[in-house]
Design a protein around this ligand. Structure first.
Ligand code: IPE
Ligand code: IPE
Ligand code: MG
Length: 236
């Protein structure tokens, strides 16, 4: 085997299979520039597209991004509307670009309170992209506690044994591996109700960079840091 191909193989093996990102800091990014918060969300949405594509390029198989939490409804109505509008716009673009990106989009969270228009677009992109193997989960009206309760109810209704395997099959992430690496930009050192069940053995990477300033180079830094960790899963 040529030297370069060996090197590439090593690099490929080192890439986490599943990266999850809490896309935080849009509001502060805009405020620093004297701009309305919604402008930060707009730039953040662009960065999401760039980073999702980059993850696919380096061989990440699952990407999960936190776009809107069950607690984010507390925000002013105009900000919530701006975020929902951006999501609709993003889904239109995604529908037009599927053949190029070849990424499967899935949504995690409770869709009930979302607009019919948004729900219809979500269903359409999920259906049209389901043939692709690289998965991008968008957590939308997602909360870890709500997800756990939702799974517990489904397990009871199905009358199944309460095992970890059975429980996991009722989560929004059913059938997917747990995140290897969870990245939170913006300097906050908390999970904010993200993937509470799935993060049991995830590695965490925190950075002060605000999400709209996040770059592929920053993602490389997170992956390099991850590669220096020893995952023990309770063993030695
Ligand atoms: C993350 O950025 C986006 C959402 C929560 C929808 P924020 O809007 O939380 O930005 P900051 O944390 O206020 O800077
Ligand atoms: C977490 O960020 C949710 C998303 C990024 C979608 P928040 O900005 O809502 O988190 P807190 O309020 O700082 O914990
Ligand atoms: Mg925030």
């Amino acid at each position: 085997m040529a030297f370069w191909s060996k090197k590439r193989k090593i690099e490929h093996n080192a890439v986490p299979r599943h990266i999850a990102i809490i896309m935080d800091g849009n509001g502060r990014w805009a405020k620093k520039r004297g701009l309305p918060r919604r402008y930060g969300h707009r730039v953040g949405a662009k960065v999401f597209r760039r980073i999702a594509t980059y993850c696919k390029e380096i061989g990440v198989q699952y990407i999960t991004v936190y776009a809107f939490s069950t607690e984010n409804w507390k925000r002013p109505q105009d900000e919530v509307e701006a975020i929902m509008e951006l999501l609709c716009e993003y889904l239109d673009t995604a529908l037009a670009e599927f053949e190029e990106n070849r990424i499967r989009l899935c949504f995690l969270g409770d869709r009930t309170p979302l607009s019919d228009k948004l729900k219809a677009k979500m269903a359409e992109v999920e259906e049209k992209s389901k043939k692709y193997t690289t998965v991008c989960n968008i957590a939308l009206n997602y909360g870890g506690r709500a997800e756990i309760l939702h799974a517990a109810r489904a397990l009871l209704e199905a009358g199944e044994e309460p095992t970890e395997e059975n429980f996991s099959r009722h989560l929004y992430t059913a059938g997917q591996p747990d995140p290897d690496l969870i990245i939170r930009p913006s300097g906050e050192l908390r999970l904010s109700n993200f993937l509470l069940w799935q993060c049991a053995y995830s590695e965490f990477y925190f950075t002060d960079v605000l999400w709209p300033d996040f770059t592929p180079a920053e993602l490389d830094r997170a992956v390099a840091d991850y590669n220096g960790r020893k995952r023990r899963y309770g063993g030695v």
